[in-house]
Design a binder for this molecule. Structure first.
Ligand SMILES: C[S@@+](CC[C@H](N)C(=O)[O-])C[C@H]1O[C@@H](n2cnc3c(N)ncnc32)[C@H](O)[C@@H]1O
Length: 396
């Protein structure tokens, strides 16, 4: 299993010191210990080496930063589930991260819960072995056929992040049924999907409400069990209805990752009608311009994907201290195409600063949802300008 990918592990010690400082700051802002979080990225981790790294032009340092950023977005979604449904981590029992991969979420969760509360499962057995030995969590080997999974423990949260977004219809129903059976009486099942809003151009939604395409980032999983699937809300609603009568469930558009919708289904009698879950605002630096005054003008973009919410302020921090706040300026229709199906238009922002060369400049994107996104840059040192991201899509 997973034999085709065998890159060398990436140690966080190999990360450029400027990005490493961004990473450490980002983790500490979220109450995470960088030394504990920054275990090497195993060379067989397809999610890092075949998805994030190629998306950032094989630049290891920016990719490592993006890995951390994506983990924190995942963690923020998880935190909202925990606080919204259970009132906080202290009230939470056992949890299962199904299709955990190499434990992106585990790096975050093991700093919130006792490892004995965390179980991970994946079809990649080495990924499970690595997490068990590295983090001391419990592990279960999964199978391509849900009927072959004999594990039957119960969990307050069963999360399957970016798995149903890859399943054909038969397996979608079978895995939903199986994973729902692993939810405790007070618990919930959360899973992410690709909504029809991001169906690739030229593709047409099937009458069934699930459209399956035979390609994926995986180098080894059979396309009969793991491709790319796109669903309508109606399809998911009917799939949930098959699990039992009168279940409470919610859809949170763009609730997980950059582009996936999060569905949450309560165990019978668990009411999710009051649950609120927003997406962390995203954004980045794009340009800096030296002005005749000697100040530097920094500019960038931001997008709030949570329906009904908006980025209300952009707070600028230099070396950890807040120095000024600006309002977002004009909408950015040029950025919109990178976020199909987003509820809100992207916006731009700009500010002027005379920071010491080499200072860490952090932009905090404050949303009316209560969530904050963060982007980083280093104030220019001579001709060099380092900032927290660009991508193949041309966004910085
Ligand atoms: C896109 S990755 C997501 C990994 C992880 N949830 C994350 O967010 O980093 C999809 C994962 O689903 C796993 N997977 C695919 N089919 C599976 C199955 N039948 N049982 C368990 N895991 C499966 C893959 O091995 C892979 O690790």
């Amino acid at each position: 299993m997973n034999a085709e990918l065998n890159a060398p592990d990436l140690s966080f010690d190999q990360v450029d010191p400027v990005y490493r400082a961004f990473i450490d700051d980002y983790l500490r802002l979220h109450g995470l210990d960088p030394a504990r979080f920054c275990k090497p990225l195993p060379g067989q981790d397809e999610m890092f080496f075949k998805a994030i790294l190629p998306n950032y032009e094989f630049e290891a340092s920016i990719s490592a930063f993006k890995f951390v950023e994506s983990t924190i977005r995942l963690g923020e979604a998880y935190r909202q589930l925990v606080e919204g449904v259970f009132g906080g981590y202290r009230n939470l029992g056992p949890v299962l991260d199904f299709a955990s991969g190499w434990g992106r979420l585990t790096r975050y969760l093991e700093q919130r819960l006792d490892p004995s509360q965390i179980r991970v499962a994946d079809i990649y057995h080495q990924a499970i072995d690595w997490q068990v030995s590295t983090f001391g969590v419990a592990g279960t080997y999964s199978d391509k056929d849900p009927a072959q999974l004999s594990y039957a423990g119960k969990h307050d949260i069963v999360l399957a992040g970016s798995m149903f977004s890859h399943l054909p219809a038969g397996l979608f129903h079978a895995w939903l049924d199986k994973l729902f059976s692993l939810v405790s009486d007070r618990g919930l099942l959360a899973f992410s999907v690709h909504d029809e809003a991001i169906l690739p151009i030229g593709e047409t939604m099937d009458a069934s409400g699930l459209h399956f395409l035979r390609f994926s980032e995986s180098g080894s999983l059979d396309l009969d069990i793991y491709g790319m699937s796109y669903v309508t809300e109606d399809f998911v609603g009917r799939a949930i209805a098959r699990l039992g009568p009168n279940l409470s469930w919610r859809r949170f558009p763009k609730g997980l990752y950059e582009n996936q919708d999060l569905y949450v289904v309560g165990a019978p009698g668990v009411d999710l009608s009051g649950l609120r879950l927003g997406s962390v605002p995203m954004g980045g630096f794009e340009t800096l311009t030296t002005l005749s005054t000697g100040e530097i003008e920094y500019a960038g973009w931001a997008i709030e994907r949570t329906p009904g919410a908006a980025v209300e302020a952009v707070a600028v921090h230099v070396d950890g201290a807040e120095v000024l706040t600006v309002l977002p300026d004009a909408e950015r229709p040029d950025v919109q195409k990178h976020f199909p199906g987003s509820a809100n238009a992207p916006v731009g922002w700009r500010f002027r600063l005379a920071a010491r060369p080499g200072a860490m400049v952090r932009v905090e994107l404050r949303s009316t949802s209560g969530l904050k996104g963060h982007c980083y840059a280093q104030a220019p040192l001579g001709a060099s300008f380092t900032y927290s991201g660009w991508s193949r899509r041309g966004l910085r």
